[in-house]
Design a protein. Structure first.
Lengths: 279, 252
């Protein structure tokens, strides 16, 4: 802005308004800033290894880890493990999300549903799912089903809490208006309630996705013979910190990918949100 | 009297369209200016620039330090009681609370200090918003169509209230509106914004309290509506009767 100094001097008690609005940022710049954090982490790791602050017994250097990853990838161990682990995570997550969504809509939308279901669900939610591992082994054996059920249980609750909150916060006046136009029941839920609660649903989705990876680790500690967890157990017994690091990195990348997926879903699923608002 | 607002060559461009294209405007201290314009002419943008909510693309903008805005909707914080909303952002303390109570009494809501915003009617909520703006003792009061969402009766009462409060406190006022009658009733000066510029800027000479049946009122109203692109039938004997209705000249 070009504030002519002559004019400013003519009005000594007046000021130029200074709006505190962030200037719109170009997309490339935004992406660059987002990648800065992970790159800084990687750089710090590399630097610590190179200067000897981080001894190879504690954590292998990035180069060694990359070599280990290449080796695991080349002999197919990593791809196999990844396929098995992802299948477990996705299956469990899908069940958990579906259950959380259903329960959340019921308790958020119907008063009776809330009265009947909310307290038992809150009670179950308070149980640490890790404490269920031995119980599930007794109930479902040490096969795949115990693992999938564990992930499903762990991911149900974040989804449930977010969904119920989002559904409850849908504008009551909008619902009232829609009822006068004859919209009710399932159609009302599908056409108005769920789109209205979508931001909360996606927040729950993100929480559940992260938790599914955590639950995956716990599930794969149970007497596994395949998957990333198995790979880790193996590496642990041979003190291969490079392979351990590869596995940890894979978990981290899985979490990052899950987050990117959720962000993408946000953009695709909510076209009515103005571009400016989605800062 | 000294100047409260000084605008020279103000420009604001959205995409390829210059919404404000060289606006010059001065408002004296204690002066009430009404800015008229059809929707989308940039009158709210102008107000937002004065309130430091938007950024000009060019030109000189000078405003006083103390300025407050009353928006079209009340914009009250639902989790704060009415008094809390009035003194929001001010330093805590008994003196400020008392100031807030006085401002509420001025808008006739002394009994509602402990009420929650959602229990208020539209007019009451807007009066709280007005008290919130006045308690800060602004040198410039920016009113962004503050009566537009109110029913006709409440609107008339609110207009009188604002007129009275402004006369006692004497801030400079910029009222953005699309209601010609409202502008003439309240303002010392009316301006019309069209194609990014002020096409009209004239004093309202009619005596206060202003009566819509006053021939001066009717003549000015006809001129302003003409500037806004609304053609009225030639003045006939029924003109006075028509002008008696509260918001007949409103452009919707």
């Amino acid at each position: 802005m070009t504030a002519a100094p002559v004019e400013t001097r003519a009005y000594p008690d007046l000021v130029v308004p200074r709006p505190r609005i962030p200037r719109p940022r170009r997309r490339g710049m935004s992406v660059a800033l987002r990648t800065l954090g992970p790159l800084a982490l990687l750089g710090g790791w590399w630097l610590a290894s190179a200067t000897g602050v981080l001894s190879p017994d504690v954590l292998a250097s990035p180069a060694t880890v990359a070599d280990a990853a290449r080796e695991l990838w080349a002999d197919g161990q990593l791809t196999d493990a990844l396929r098995v682990s992802l299948t477990r995570a996705v299956l469990g997550l899908a069940c958990g999300l579906a259950a959380g969504l259903l329960l959340g809509v019921v308790t958020g939308f119907s008063r009776l549903g809330e009265e009947l279901l909310d307290s038992p669900l809150q009670l179950l939610r308070a149980l640490p799912f890790l404490s269920l591992v031995p119980l599930f082994m007794v109930w479902f054996g040490i096969g795949e089903s115990a693992r999938v059920v564990l992930i499903a249980v762990a991911t149900t609750f974040p989804m449930y809490v977010s969904t119920a909150g989002g559904v409850r916060n849908v504008d009551r006046r909008l619902l009232e208006a829609m009822r006068t136009f004859g919209l009710g029941g399932w159609r009302l839920v599908r056409e108005v309630v769920l789109p209205g609660a979508l931001p909360s649903l996606l927040a729950g989705f993100r929480l559940s996705m992260t938790l599914s990876v955590i639950a995956l680790i716990a599930a794969e500690e149970i007497n596994s013979t395949s998957g990333i967890g198995y790979l880790m157990t193996q590496a642990q017994s041979f003190s291969r910190t490079d392979i351990l690091s590869v596995c940890v990195l894979v978990y981290g990348l899985l979490g990052l990918a899950a987050d990117l997926l959720a962000r993408g879903a946000e953009r695709v699923l909510m076209p009515w949100r103005a571009k400016g608002a989605a800062r | 009297m000294s100047t409260a607002v000084h605008l020279r060559g103000l420009r604001r461009v959205f995409g390829s369209r210059a919404v404000l294209d060289g606006v010059d405007l001065d408002i004296e201290r204690g002066e009430f200016v009404a800015l008229l314009g059809a929707s989308g002419t940039g009158k709210t943008t102008l107000l937002r620039i004065l309130g430091a909510l938007d950024r000009p693309d060019g030109g000189t903008v000078l405003v006083p330090e103390a300025r407050t805005i009353v928006f079209q909707e009340p914009r009250l914080v639902p989790s704060k009681r009415v008094l809390g909303n009035v003194v929001v952002g001010l330093p805590r303390g008994a003196a400020v609370q008392e100031q807030g109570r006085r401002a509420l009494a001025e808008v006739g809501l002394a009994d509602h200090a402990r009420a929650w915003p959602h229990t208020l009617s539209g007019g009451e909520a807007q009066r709280v918003a007005l008290a919130r703006a006045l308690v800060r003792e602004p040198e410039l009061l920016l009113l962004d169509e503050p009566f537009a969402a109110l029913d006709a009766l409440t609107r008339l009462r609110m207009q009188d209230l604002v007129g009275d409060l402004v006369r006692t406190r004497r801030p400079a006022v910029l009222l953005v509106t699309h209601d010609v009658d409202e502008a003439i009733r309240l303002a010392d000066r009316v301006a019309v914004l069209k194609d990014g510029r002020l096409v009209t800027d004239e004093r309202v000479e009619a005596r206060r309290p202003r009566d819509a049946a006053d021939p001066e009122f009717t003549a000015l109203r006809r001129r302003l509506l003409g500037d806004l692109g609304v053609r009225l039938p030639a003045a006939g004997p029924d003109e006075n009767e028509k002008a008696g209705r509260p918001s007949e000249g409103a452009i919707r």
